[in-house]
Design a protein around this ligand. Structure first.
Ligand code: GTP
Ligand code: MG
Length: 425
């Protein structure tokens, strides 16, 4: 992305779970740091069954961490678990370096990626709400807010209660202002959406864990069925490549149009302020006739990622919409026994080999346009215009010229069926 200067980071975690889950969480934290333009120099792990209330890790680990930080000139130390305001304050005071937790890291990534006014406001609100109870904490946190009157560097440190109150009021004001601005944008979006619904357009929403391949799958579909002016969506091997919901149209060979919506990826323990803020964007999922849940079938954590995604979906209240699982990246799966188990309809695909895409399209067709009827028509030669209409509005499987007209085997909508049923043989 735009900045190439990488911050140097150390990640710190207390292992209180099984090694399998823990290793995955660590690996994901490294990927999250990379998505935030941070290079992870070292990992510090402590095996503990409970966290230290005051400092999250024990004093021995604290000393080790401080040494590492000085040796490698570390800019930021990232903690796997959400820190309490007190832990955050104690750690940054002792370590004398910026301390953030996974939640803040995710908020940071979103802030870096946000491009549209809507996304920028959504992230700002989430960040401010996260910061509010942590105001008494370190000065570093404030610098991450950007644009506050409090600004960066030590302003808050040692500040008295009055200053704190001023800051709090200031932030509350900013939240209210951002929420008002956002409400206006959401209203505009709702109108656009209403128009689409009036058009009776069929919407398919692509959802899934971050990096599962939602955007890639949409691009493959676009390359197969692009209507004119269809810009590809953004794809990157990076967590949270997509932040803004975007919609593209594809036209099937039966001439039906489908609107395909790409959405922000999910991650386990997604900060709840973020889900709240992004609800207006994710509202689009509610209008979908079909939800396509894209899974990275090659990931050893696929089951966990599927659960996370389903949890977010149920918190959005969209469990009543039919869902199809797309087990993606099958080119990387050595054996079908390694494919994740899912509860419901599924299709195995790969954006590398393009396997499964014809199945996907016929699945969407059946789900979205179940009223297509397949018939044989004999079109008299003096009604040749009907043949032309069918060519553009229906799906002609075969046709041949007979003595008394053109014999066509065709799938078409109920509307066309009623128009031409007198020609059925
Ligand atoms: N080998 C393989 N790689 C794939 C496949 N599909 C997608 N990828 C890669 O996976 C990475 C993520 O793909 P995206 O399409 O950006 O994933 P996404 O789900 O949109 O991710 P976010 O927008 O970050 O939530 C990219 O590097 C893709 O090239 C596939 O079928 N096989
Ligand atoms: Mg994407």
């Amino acid at each position: 992305m735009e900045e190439n200067v990488k911050e140097k980071a150390i990640i710190v975690a207390v292992n209180d779970t099984t090694d399998e889950i823990f290793n995955y969480e660590l690996q994901e934290l490294v990927a999250l740091c990379e998505a935030c333009q941070m290079e992870v120099i070292d990992e510090v792990v402590q095996n503990l069954t409970t966290f230290n209330n005051a400092t999250y890790i024990g004093s021995g680990k604290m000393a080790e961490l401080k040494k590492l930080k000085d040796t490698y000139a570390i800019n930021t130390i990232v903690f796997l678990d959400e820190l309490t305001p007190a832990q955050n304050r104690n750690l940054s005071e002792y370590l004398q370096v910026e301390v953030i937790d996974r939640t803040m890291l995710i908020l940071e990534i979103f802030a870096k990626r946000a491009r549209t006014k809507e996304a920028i406001l959504q992230v700002e609100i989430a960040k401010l709400k996260y910061m509010l109870p942590r105001l008494a904490g370190s000065y570093q946190d404030m610098s991450r807010l950007g644009g506050t009157s409090s600004g960066a560097g030590g302003v808050l440190r040692g500040s008295g209660e009055t200053k704190l109150e001023t800051d709090r009021r200031h932030i509350e004001k900013r939240i209210t202002k951002a929420q008002k601005e956002l409400a206006l944008i959401v209203k505009g979006r709702k109108n656009a959406r209403k128009k689409r619904l009036d058009n009776k357009a069929k919407i398919v929403a692509f959802v899934g864990y971050t990096n599962a391949g939602k955007s890639s799958t949409i691009n493959t579909l676009l390359s197969m069925y692009a209507s004119q002016n269809n810009k590809e969506v953004y794809v990157e091997d990076m967590l949270f490549a997509t932040l803004d919901t975007s919609t593209r149209a594809i036209k099937l060979d039966t001439n039906e149009e489908i609107l395909i919506t790409d959405t922000v990826g999910f991650v386990s323990n997604l900060p709840h302020h973020l889900i709240e803020s992004f609800k207006s964007t994710l509202e689009e999922i509610k209008e979908a006739s079909l939800i396509v849940h894209v899974v990275d079938a090659s990931s050893p954590s696929a089951a966990l990622q599927i659960d996370t995604t389903n949890q977010v979906l149920s918190s959005l209240g969209v469990s009543n919409i039919p869902m199809l699982y797309l087990l993606n990246k099958n080119d990387l799966v050595k054996n079908t026994i390694f494919l994740p188990k899912v509860n419901g309809d599924k299709i195995i695909i790969s954006n590398k080999t393009k396997e499964g895409f014809l199945k996907l399209v016929s699945y969407m067709k059946e789900k979205l346009f179940p009223d297509l009827v397949r018939v044989k028509l004999l079109i008299p030669f003096d009604k040749g215009e009907i043949f032309n209409i069918l060519k553009t509005k229906a799906n002609i499987h075969t046709f041949n010229y007979q003595n008394d007209g053109i014999l066509v085997d065709v799938s078409m909508s109920n509307y066309l069926y009623n128009l031409y049923k007198s020609l059925i043989i």
